[in-house]
Design a protein around this ligand. Sequence first.
Ligand code: NAP
Length: 280
Amino acid sequence: MIALKGAPVSAKIKEEIDAYRTRLSGPSPKLGIVRVGERPDDLSYERGALKRMEKLGLEAESFAFPENISHEEFEKEFLAINENPDIDGILLLRPLPRQIDEQRIIRLIDPEKDLDGISPANIAKVFSGDSTGFAPCTAEAVIEVLKAYDIPIAGKRAVIVGRSMVVGRPLSMLLLKENATVTICHTKTRDLPGVCREGEILIAAAGKARMLDNSFAGKDAVVVDVGINVDEDGNLCGDVDYDSLEGTAAMATPVPGGVGAVTTSVLAKHLVRAAANRRR
Ligand code: NAP
């Protein structure tokens, strides 16, 4: 089984970013990361994003707010970041605490700065197959992995486990745009292993540690594991039982070191594109 590692994919994206930047005038593109509270997931993603931007020579600033900030106060702060001319793109770490009306904040984000494709305008573009907007970075990272390894998508049967607005649904639209035939599975899907085995490309985005073993994988399937979970021993693992796929799947992404490693590269690519759009 071939391991589809994320590092070579990120290296390819870096080349694209470098080429793009040579055509970009003005100061280095700048990312604004907006975080409320100290959730370990958020802190880990923030660290990863800051490290990636630094590696690529891009600017980044974290805007952190206390867990108990009121909606009104947060909205005021968020609007200031949204309108700050020095910030080319925003990454809003979610979910926000309950006292904040997340949907209202999402509607306020400038679609031109919305690097993770959460605004209604960008979601509409993803669903209508318009690539001028920003798709959610993780969903796009899956497509980047498939393309970087020259895995054909057109005409293939793709099965996705998970229908969230962050991964499953937008990814289904990106795969459809690449002319795959897409099935989306969820907790009410009957005979999940049987449906998954039909996938020539199987994507796991369920958020359940090592849930998909080889009984879910078709012979010679390409398996992409989006899951990021912590197992009972405190180790990072995916939604796929990677070792069990040996002898069944043809290729699979490991966790860690697979899709997760590509997500922040896609974020950086979106940042450079956002900066270029704003300076036109
Ligand atoms: P989510 O919002 O919890 O959605 C999970 C989806 O999986 C839901 O649609 C759910 O179905 C489905 N599901 C859960 N258990 C299932 C089961 N036993 N059988 C069939 N379907 C099942 O999760 P998410 O935000 O999409 O994230 C998914 C995973 O990706 C998580 O592990 C997360 O940490 C990871 N993630 C990774 C990155 C990255 O950069 N690589 C970024 C974001 C998320 P229902 O709709 O029926 O409930």
